[in-house]
Design a protein. Structure first.
Length: 152
């Protein structure tokens, strides 16, 4: 076991967040997030409106956690809009940095495409990335062909 693995037990996942609105007390927000996510290990602020929570996948981890209710709780307690990207498990530290950078990047890319959506997971984000790079003509063609009312 490396020194880093002693500090950060494996496996874990990144929960990226973006806040629309002002957080006056980052300490209170940090404590709220850590109390709402079981097995929360650490919350790191990357900017005044975004950060990442590191969540351990251990005996206290709840795979059936209702992230939507966490978003609602934070919104009502802090009067902000919260957007989350729930990352995939990291089982090794060798790829954790690359995974973090990729997840951060796709979260920033996709969030503006679907502004009404507040919760993203990796399985949901891939189609948005694909659609984002399509031409408008291709998008229109897919919509027409995918619409059961057109009979195509």
């Amino acid at each position: 076991m490396t020194k880093v693995e002693k500090i950060l037990p494996l496996p874990f996942r990144f929960i990226h967040f973006h806040i629309k609105g002002a957080i006056l007390e980052q300490g209170e927000f940090t404590e709220a997030m850590k109390s709402l996510f079981l097995s929360a290990y650490e919350l790191l602020w990357l900017a005044p409106d975004k950060g990442v929570l590191i969540q351990l996948i251990d005996d206290h981890f709840d795979e059936d956690m209702d992230e939507e209710s966490i978003i609602d709780t934070i919104a009502s307690d802090f009067y902000v809009q919260l957007f989350l990207y729930i990352g995939s498990p990291n089982t090794g530290l060798d790829s954790a940095k690359d995974r973090f950078l990729w997840e951060s990047s796709v979260f920033e890319e996709v969030r503006p495409i679907v502004p009404a959506k507040s919760l993203f997971v990796e399985q949901d984000i891939i189609p948005y990335l694909t659609i984002k790079d399509m031409t408008e003509e291709k998008k229109a063609s897919h919509i027409v062909h995918a619409d059961p009312r057109t009979g195509r």
